[in-house]
Ligand binder design. Sequence first.
Ligand code: PEP
Ligand code: CO
Length: 452
Amino acid sequence: MTRNPDLVSWHPASWQSKPALQQPEYPDKQALDTVVASLSRLPPLVVSWEIEALKEQIAAAQRGERFVLQGGDCAESFEDCHSDQIAKKLKILLQMSLVLLYGLKKPVVRIGRMAGQYAKPRSADTETRAGVTLPSYRGDIVNGPGFTPEDRAPDPQRLLRGYERSALTLNFVRALVDGGFADLHHPEYWDLDFMRHSPLKEAYEKIVHSISDALDFFEAASGSPIHEANRVAFYSSHEGLHLHYEQAQTRYIERRQRWYNLSTHLPWIGMRTAALDGAHVEYFRGIANPIGVKVGPAMSAEWVQGLIATLNPQNEPGRMVLIHRMGVKEIEKRLPPLIQAVRATGSPVLWMCDPMHGNTETASSGLKTRRFENIVAELEAAFRIHQEMGSWLGGVHFELTGDDVTECTGGARGLTDADLARAYRSQVDPRLNYEQALELAMRIAGLPTPRR
Ligand code: PEP
Ligand code: CO
């Protein structure tokens, strides 16, 4: 790889000379510097060859040869870093990927919003309750969710705790995947307890049996196991929001002559921090990872073209993932001009649809929710629009959990606003529960789902 002339002025801290939105105000700057220095010395969480392998897979998805499933919590919490939660999230993602593989007949790239999804953008810097004003909760890597001055004070030590939890999570996921948990011959490992009572049980089991039969058939016919299909790769991703954290994990790989963010495989730029002249775009342009950018309804054609020119000046395949999140009301109007604008650049991108973030509303109880029917409708519109325009929608991005929460309404069980309080656990955005997530995968795969 030749040195990129666009990057002569770039270094991992060059973002600091640009306006950085959504960053916490640390009262003790010295303490922050000390933490960033220790983070910079700790070993990386991922390595460059995994990142390059993902980039190749994303390049294949850009060509229509693969489909990407990205999902996980809106925000991971330090408290939920335990085996049961992690295994359940991995299970639902593996189940969904199996359904997508079966329906779409394409290899599925699995990417968790996991092992580092700890920093959140907020619409206001402070929150006021009963006359008391405190800093907003910005995710566990910054402060705590409790409404007390102690919890809400940004604490740089949390950056180290976040790095450690990410490492613990990734270590467990890697052990499960390498140990055979993700083996396509044993999809029964991925069953979740409440599956037994689910209206989707039969449809899902049919898929599992049909895949097992197909594997058996080909292995019998060829006389050897299908190794390629045995193990599945699993990648991590998070919003690259907290720039001191991302900077600390950015390393120069001599052999490749490029800088990599080694805290995750696929960092993404959130919608609120995608300004062309902002600190986030400055940071991201210098790292060699594949990167995501959230594309919201306010984004103009020129803005998206500017992002591509700045973030992928060499038109490298597998580099750019555009995750549109328009909302069901806006997608028809907003998406087509952007598809056209991106095509005009001639630069390869992977289009993905996030049907969650444009469809958030507040229920009468005051809880944030999303309606399953709106999520499905946005997805359907997205697939149709891309197809009509001769474009390829190569992936989906969901907020989901392996738990039986009640945060989004609708789905096969017909959750209503009145059900929300029963098991609402998210500190931030409402997630699909296990059943809703599986049902969505079935819809995308074009499979029948139970009607109520
Ligand atoms: C998110 O993915 O949790 C998020 C904040 O998304 P967006 O930047 O699209 O609003
Ligand atoms: Co969210």
